[in-house]
Design a protein around this ligand. Structure first.
Ligand code: NDP
Ligand code: GDR
Length: 340
């Protein structure tokens, strides 16, 4: 019988790539979708005809228990979150509820459904759980590159909420013997990335300028450095973590770091433009507290899972710029610009 996976956050960037990957592996894939008339659901349907949908919300414990009962999954991937860092200052409590407490609710749904209690011996429970942890937990970094052992110092309500979810996943593994793991993923991007994130904002900006639809691109801090990889590579790592013999956490990244300025330069160059002619600094786009430098050490994932990224930074940037030039030149709408 096909293995069954339940993905929260199926309508997001990673959800779509993960669903495609699992379908290709022969899984029966279910996605948790929220709301009464969530417009992003129709895009999932268009992209992934074979995905089945269960209603639920990370804010609603009962809905998660019902979803687990309905799907009876072998694997749960918890990708649902408020994931845009600046929004986490504007809606800090909601971020804590969805990105942080949502992890507790999903783990509890699995625990209750599986009949697991503290008295059960380690290793109990059949459902394997993946938590989408983040390099934002490292925040103000104490060492570079960052490994599974690097201490956390989150710099946003988002990072704090992710750290809660990370430790909670570890705690459910230790308390109940659940196969519950976290992937500490560094930034990963694609043509389906939300338009609010810097890579997609830049690729869309370059496309607009290239097509004569705009002349300027406003950005915040150009000095921040990130380890940017391709989302399609990273969902393979999520799946591999749940196939491992033992439940462990892994850092997933490329091991290379670039500044936002280097990203901007690469993107404009890919379109034959000079970024200095178009990019302007906007202080309103800076953050109350910034994460200055992130760079992964993904050795454990390579050694134990055999995982390595395939798409380089340069290829990723070119892919996104070319995709957005094509999208906009075909009259793509703002809606489609949100990564679809
Ligand atoms: P997106 O922002 O593209 O997707 C977020 C998803 O969360 C959407 O499907 C959204 O669904 C869903 N969601 C939001 N609120 C709720 C809720 N209350 N209940 C259920 N679902 C909800 O994120 P990505 O795909 O980029 O990231 C996936 C996960 O990985 C996130 O948890 C993110 O924080 C984490 N992460 C991402 C990294 C990256 O670089 N992309 C790096 C490290 C971690 P809806 O359509 O209903 O809004
Ligand atoms: P990040 O991604 O906060 O790292 O979180 P984002 O692309 O938003 O920012 C990256 C860096 O770019 C700088 N920056 C700008 N960012 C945005 N969005 N818009 C701008 O105009 C701009 N100008 C400069 C930022 O200051 C920052 O330093 C992403 C999310 O996917 C999280 O959910 C995930 O956990 C982490 O990656 C790993």
């Amino acid at each position: 019988m096909a293995r069954r996976a339940l993905i929260t956050g199926i309508t997001g960037q990673d959800g779509s790539y993960l669903a495609e990957h699992l379908l290709a592996q022969g899984y029966e894939v279910w996605g948790l979708v929220r709301g009464q008339a969530n417009p992003r659901v129709s895009r999932v349907r268009a992209l992934l005809e074979d995905v089945r949908l269960a209603r639920g919300d990370l804010l609603d414990q009962g809905s998660l228990i019902s979803a687990v009962e309905k799907v009876q999954p072998d694997e749960v991937y918890n990708l649902g979150a408020i994931s845009f860092v600046p929004m986490s200052w504007e809606q800090a409590e909601l971020t804590a509820e969805v990105t942080g407490m949502g992890v507790l609710r999903m783990l509890e749904a699995i625990r209750v459904y599986s009949g697991i209690s503290a008295s059960r011996t380690p290793g109990s429970g059949q459902i394997r759980f993946y938590q989408a942890s983040s390099s934002e937990m490292f925040g103000q970094v104490r060492e570079t590159p960052q490994t599974e052992r690097t201490p956390f110092h989150p710099r946003s309500p988002y990072g704090v909420a992710k750290a809660y979810g990370h430790f909670l996943t570890q705690n459910y593994r230790e308390s109940y013997g659940m196969f519950a793991v976290s992937g500490i993923l560094f930034n990963h991007e694609s043509p389906r990335r939300g338009a609010e994130f810097v890579t997609r904002k830049v690729s869309l900006g370059v496309a607009r300028i290239k097509l004569g639809l705009a002349g300027e691109l406003r950005l915040g801090n150009l000095d921040a450095r990130r380890d940017w990889g391709y989302a399609g590579d990273y969902v393979r790592a999520m799946h591999l973590m749940l196939q491992a013999a033992a439940p462990e956490d892994y850092v997933i990244g490329t091991g290379r770091t670039h500044s936002v300025r280097e990203l901007v330069e690469a993107a404009f160059t890919a379109a034959g433009l000079n970024w200095r002619d178009h990019v302007t600094y906007d202080q309103a786009l800076t953050r109350p507290a910034e994460v200055d430098l992130l760079c992964a050490e993904p050795k454990k994932a390579k050694d134990q899972l055999g995982w390595e990224p395939e798409v380089s930074f340069e290829r990723l940037v070119t892919m996104m710029v070319e995709s957005d030039i094509q999208l906009l030149s075909q009259g793509g709408s703002a809606d489609e610009e949100y990564g679809w």
